[in-house]
Design a protein around this ligand. Structure first.
Ligand code: SF4
Ligand code: SF4
Length: 444
């Protein structure tokens, strides 16, 4: 098996701005006075609150859960007092119930936060239950509950667990720093997933622009005969899980399919580290690394922030905005991140970064007519026809976009990036996907 410079078809080379934070060690965010913890920050059913106004809570205490299988409980990230449960906007664009907790600054741990035993002694079923109880969801953005992902149906034969260390978004360095600073935990997390799914083969894929991370993980896994570290060519969107599978295993996930259809399960770096902590410390997912970066911020940092911390607290800790008003604030990276209209919103489990662009950087380019250059077709990693999908979507011909496989679009934005006419390709295809899904729901 080839171990270096692996890649996939299509994709684009984007300029990287990781230099702002890639050498900065992880730093604890300041203790927030108030956290607003959303009861729905994952794919699946929202949680119901387990606490009421006036209750005292501790760090790691479960404060919300659902009986649904596809859901993930939420935990308090501070010790303090519940001040309210109210509907608030969160960075995904939804308005959901949030538990407002005033921190007492004592950082008292809840009694259940304690080691769960050695990996050798835990059964696959016990590991899945620990992951579920710890509220772990995919931390790369999608927020899919990890216990569901790691419980594939019995007719799906999984042979490989891939850990996604690509972090191909141009500004983000949260996963990079974790790989450099906590490689042992990532290896333990991978071994945990391998045992949970019953698989002997684990591979960690890292883009070539992080040689220190590749070195650290090779060193941390040198005694693990079932784990390999491979390097990936720097190309966007290498971090898309289907592209990762294609680059490393040479397998193509079919249209409408999932990684499990080709025998693979993919886990993000932050998620894998959170899984290790759930086992060895009994720690639920109540904090995460957030890269606060961009040319619009005074002092970029990689912060370990508690879930529910307002964006504005982290921005303040990073010296605030440069040049007054920012041009654009994004949760995540510039390619797939979500634009925000306020900084009075909380960090959630999927918040890998806060990116602040200057007014100059955020100015939209004028949109010109399509010149049929075909560049968007060349770069689409899914082999779609972005120009046609976009044209049909803008004309409201959503049935046609469905026939042209709009739902396979992973919304990577490579087509929009490369388009010389600056057509709103990904935006219009996203709109088509929403319409197709809404129609399918209506027809159920
Ligand atoms: S890249 Fe832009 S201009 Fe070129 S074919 Fe696609 S939509 Fe048209
Ligand atoms: S059509 Fe979708 S998958 Fe293809 S390049 Fe555009 S955004 Fe990416």
């Amino acid at each position: 098996m080839k171990l270096d410079n692996l890649t996939f078809n299509g994709g684009v080379n984007v300029p990287h701005y990781k230099g702002l934070t890639e050498k900065l060690t992880l730093e604890k965010a300041l203790e927030p006075e108030i956290v607003n913890i959303p009861l729905h920050q994952h794919t699946g059913a929202p949680c119901e609150p387990l606490v009421k106004v006036g209750d005292k809570v501790k760090i790691g205490q479960k404060i919300g859960q659902s009986e649904a299988f596809v859901s993930a409980p939420v935990h308090s990230s501070v010790s303090g007092v519940v001040k309210g449960i109210t509907r608030m906007a969160i960075p995904t664009g939804l308005t959901v119930n949030c538990v407002i907790i005033e921190s007492d600054g004592m950082n008292e741990l809840y009694e259940s936060v304690k080691p769960k035993g050695s990996l050798e002694d835990l059964s696959s079923k016990e590991i899945i239950e620990i992951i579920k109880e710890a509220g772990i969801t995919g931390m790369g953005g999608a927020g899919f509950p990890a216990h569901v992902k790691f419980s594939p149906p019995s007719d799906k034969k999984i042979d490989t667990i891939l850990v996604n260390g690509a972090e191909c978004e141009p500004y983000l360095t949260a996963d990079h720093r974790l790989m450099v600073e906590e490689p042992e935990k990532i290896v333990i997390g991978l071994k945990t997933i391998m045992k949970a799914v019953g698989v002997d083969n684990g591979i960690i894929g890292i883009e070539n622009n992080k040689p220190d991370a590749i070195k650290a993980l090779k060193e941390a896994s040198k005694d693990e005969k079932n784990i390999k570290v491979v390097s990936l060519k720097v190309k966007y969107p290498q971090g898309d899980e289907k592209r990762l599978i294609n680059a490393i295993l040479g397998r193509e996930v079919p249209s409408g399919g999932l990684p499990m259809d080709v025998g693979a399960v993919v886990s993000n770096i932050s998620t894998t580290k959170a899984i290790a902590e759930a086992i060895i410390e009994g720690k639920p997912l109540y904090e995460r690394v957030v890269t606060v970066t961009g040319n619009g911020i005074n002092e970029p940092k990689n912060l370990i922030a508690k879930i529910g911390t307002p964006f504005k607290d982290l921005i303040e800790q990073c010296g605030g905005f440069k040049e007054g008003a920012p041009g654009k604030i994004i949760m995540g990276g510039p390619m797939m991140g979500l634009s925000q209209y306020t900084i009075d919103i909380p960090i959630i489990k999927g918040s890998g970064g806060i990116l602040v662009l200057t007014e100059e950087e955020a100015k939209p380019a004028p949109i010109e007519p399509c010149i049929r250059c075909g560049k968007c077709l060349e770069v689409c990693p899914v082999k779609l026809q972005p120009l046609h999908l976009s044209k049909y979507s803008l004309k409201g011909m959503f049935d046609k976009t469905e026939k042209f496989h709009a739902l396979d679009c992973v919304e990577c934005g490579a087509c929009s990036y490369i388009c010389p006419a600056k057509r709103p390709l990904v935006e219009s295809i996203r709109m088509a996907k929403r319409e197709i899904i809404a129609k399918r729901k209506r027809n159920r």
